[in-house]
Design a protein around this ligand. Structure first.
Ligand SMILES: [Zn+2]
Length: 485
């Protein structure tokens, strides 16, 4: 039976009405960043001092180690920090845990809570990376940048935090709130320093109002069509899982291969995981809040969609993986096959072959559920699944919390040309360990990074801008000052 014209007209009317509502909303949410002076300034002399201090820190090769006896560089590094920041190291109480720095600057008002600033001392190795234009532990200052392994990740964070605290101590600032500083020497190899420090605080019955660690930074091109830089404050970290998939068979000679050899089965399995969308797509906090922050600064067509998530949330969730791999990682678990092995010779069929998969479980599909989803595919090809390491996503700090909004406001005042937004970290930090003693774990260093600098993290030619460093110091100083008001 043909659909009556009146029904078609009604449907058309509803579509036109929805489009009109969305267009009006998209037009209304448009914003431009305020043309105001930043709340912080600094002198050339200060800029040079910060760069020189960071350079000294970079020169000490604090590469992550597992053995205690291999750690003399960390003692040197800590000695260097005490030289560079004498007031802080003289005044702060020593609560070091297993060689990881944990210090407390007591506040003058015992009724107030505590703030913890953190950043790790260790760095990933630079060996075997070609393309370093300056030696990785030279700490050279050239072309307006400090160069070397750790210049950005994460000695710049440590440098900014300590410079800010030291400057406040120099002027006799009244720290009302307890200020804790933590710096692990084994963050890059998940060595457990932060676990020990969090356990220590918990045992002492200490609750922290806020933990501020590395994580987000000030970056450009955060989303297609976004011209303003974004100050992304990490409020959650995805999980981390390593799986080993092993396929077995009778070996044999490569001249007479049977069907379905281990490598053939693994190949089919890997291809199916990549082709099929096996993980649940869902838009959970802080992604809607992030779109709420950035949509006003996007072109109209993005505002039309992202500014009307009440209507388009389902559609956006489905199409985000097609926008970019980063956008896709915001709404689902990811799986990357990173290592593989088979027989020992080109003309020998393997008895067993294996691949390693690194997964980053989402908040809504935790490690256990994500492993179950991929194991179902492995079972189809008679492949064994072994879990080598698993960690769920961290807790999500509420982007509506007072602590988040306070930091976001300070950042907006110090870096008014940037869009401040909560965001989901696809990588990890050790700040999540402090969830046991803090509800507000935030991950952000207020330094501007170019795309080259972002790409150089854990890679060759790591560096940070001298003026970005100064802006970072002054923003921390502003934040601590206001926090203690
Ligand atoms: Zn780091």
């Amino acid at each position: 039976m043909p659909v009556p014209v009146i029904v078609l007209l009604c449907v058309l009317g509803v579509i036109v009405l929805l489009c009109a509502v969305c267009a009006i909303r998209a037009a209304r949410i448009k914003k431009t960043l305020p043309d105001v002076k930043p709340a912080v300034q600094w002198t050339a002399e200060e800029e040079n001092k910060y760069a020189a201090d960071l350079s000294e820190m970079v020169k000490i090769p604090t590469v992550s180690k597992r053995q205690e006896e291999e750690w003399p560089d960390f003692a040197l590094f800590q000695q260097k920090l005490a030289e560079l920041f004498p007031l802080f190291f003289a005044k702060a109480e020593n609560h070091d845990v297993d060689g990881n720095l944990l210090r407390r600057l007591p506040g003058s008002d015992p009724k107030r809570g505590a703030l913890l600033l953190m950043g790790h001392q260790d760095v990933v190795p630079a060996e075997g990376q070609s393309g370093w234009e300056k030696p990785p532990f030279s700490g050279e200052i050239a072309d307006g940048c400090v160069w070397g392994r750790g210049a950005m990740d994460c000695k710049s964070t440590v440098c900014c935090e300590l410079e800010a605290i030291e400057a406040l101590l120099r002027e006799g600032f009244d720290f009302k709130e307890d200020l804790w500083f933590f710096s692990a020497r084994n963050e890059e190899n998940s060595g457990g320093g932060s676990d020990a420090a969090a356990a220590y605080l918990k045992e002492k019955g200490i609750r922290l109002n806020v933990v501020l660690d590395e994580g987000g930074a000030v970056v450009t091109g955060m989303f297609p069509g976004m011209t303003a830089p974004a100050s992304g404050i990490g409020v959650v970290e995805k999980g981390f899982v390593n799986l080993k998939f092993t396929a077995r068979a009778e070996g044999g000679h490569a001249s007479t291969p049977p069907k379905n050899t281990p490598i053939a089965r693994l190949s089919k399995f890997v291809a199916e995981v990549e082709k099929k969308d096996i993980f649940q797509k869902k838009m959970v906090s802080p992604i809607p809040e992030m779109f709420g922050c950035i949509a006003p600064y996007l072109p109209f067509y993005f505002r039309f969609v992202l500014g009307n998530l009440w209507l388009f949330k389902g559609l956006v969730t489905r199409i985000l993986p097609a926008v970019s791999s980063m956008a896709g990682a915001f709404v689902k678990t990811t799986a990357a096959f990173t290592m593989s092995g088979g027989s020992a010779a080109p003309n020998v069929l393997p008895d067993e072959a294996w691949v390693i998969c690194n997964m980053r479980p989402s908040v809504h599909q935790n490690a256990e559920k994500s492993i179950a989803a991929i194991k179902r595919i492995a079972d189809k090809y008679d492949i064994e699944t072994e879990t080598l390491y698993r960690k769920d996503a961290s807790a999500v700090t509420d982007a509506g919390s007072e602590e988040f909004r306070f930091l976001a406001q300070c950042v907006a005042e110090c870096l008014p040309d940037t869009v401040v937004t909560p965001y989901m970290m696809t990588g990890g930090t050790d700040s999540r360990r402090f969830e046991t003693v803090c509800d507000n774990v935030l991950r952000f260093t207020p330094t501007r990074l170019t795309p080259q600098q972002l790409a150089a993290m854990h890679a060759a030619n790591e560096n940070i801008g001298v003026s970005a460093l100064a802006e970072g110091v002054k923003t921390y100083e502003y934040y601590i000052r206001k926090y203690n008001a």
